[in-house]
Design a protein around this ligand. Structure first.
Ligand SMILES: O=C(O)CCC(=O)C(=O)O
Length: 249
């Protein structure tokens, strides 16, 4: 675990192969498919976000394509268990060096990437979603199936969590502007790790990352949870503090 944490501090992300035990992975996959079939809210649709490749509206062809099934923690006890599993808690406590909380907003979700109507996600730092005292949060991405370039896997810029950028390197929605020569230079060093079912990616909230479209014929399912240390509180009155968090201890 120590080496993994060092790698996260150095590169901004680290892959932990077979992090999810096989029995749990089967249950998570069953729950994920049941949740998508039931389409129980809160849901986020591709059409709402309008990322490249998304349907133009909820009434257009593919307009009902789900991107995120939010609040995974409350959806099914198997999701709650996976987000608070002892291994994960120990990992986050070792990283933050204090007791840890899991957010229940935004990146506490089951992410689906559909063929055809699933969109690509441009380069960004997840800090765009968060309002905390310090920019120090870590997410874990659990691959429920295989993830590779062809089905919309994640891409990362190694070391980018330590880079300092002026605000004008990002657009109004806080995506990293790939039309700028200085940014394009940074995007020459990208990597897209191939994930096997049950692999985890731990990544820092300032690591630049993106994801492609799903060119396969099967929906890709991933779980994403975000954690922070107790001394780093969500700012009052923001989405980050809008729901009680889960204490991991
Ligand atoms: O799977 C994707 O399209 C990207 C996910 C991601 O980077 C995000 O939701 O912040």
């Amino acid at each position: 675990m120590k080496a993994q944490i060092e790698r996260l501090r150095d590169k901004g992300y680290v892959i932990v192969p077979r992090f999810v035990p096989e029995g749990a992975l089967t249950k998570l996959n069953e729950a994920a498919r049941a949740q998508l079939a039931a389409r129980t809210g809160p849901l986020e649709f591709e059409a709402d976000l309008q990322y490249p490749g998304a349907p133009l509206s909820r009434t257009a062809a593919g307009g009902e394509t789900v991107r995120r099934l939010l609040d995974a923690y409350a959806r099914d006890p198997v999701f709650a268990r996976s987000g608070t599993a002892p291994d994960l808690r120990a990992w986050m406590q070792a990283y933050f060096g204090e007791s840890v909380l899991m957010s229940r907003v935004h990146h506490n979700c089951l992410m689906t990437k559909h063929p055809l109507y699933g969109s690509l996600t441009n380069w960004h730092r997840d800090i765009r979603y968060w309002s905390f005292e310090r920019e120090d949060l870590v997410s874990v991405w659990l691959a429920l199936g295989e993830e590779k370039i062809d089905n919309g896997a994640l891409w990362f810029v190694p070391g980018s969590h330590r880079m300092v950028f002026d605000a004008d390197r990002f657009d109004e929605a806080r995506f990293f502007r790939s039309d700028r020569a200085d940014n394009a230079e940074i995007l020459r060093t990208t990597e897209s790790p191939r994930l096997a079912p049950g692999d985890a990616v731990f990544f820092h909230c300032n690591t630049l990352h993106s994801a492609g479209k799903n060119l396969s014929d099967a929906v890709k399912f991933s779980l994403v949870y975000t954690y922070h240390g107790r001394s780093n509180a969500p700012k009052a009155g923001t989405r980050s503090s809008s729901k009680p968090e889960v204490e991991l201890g």
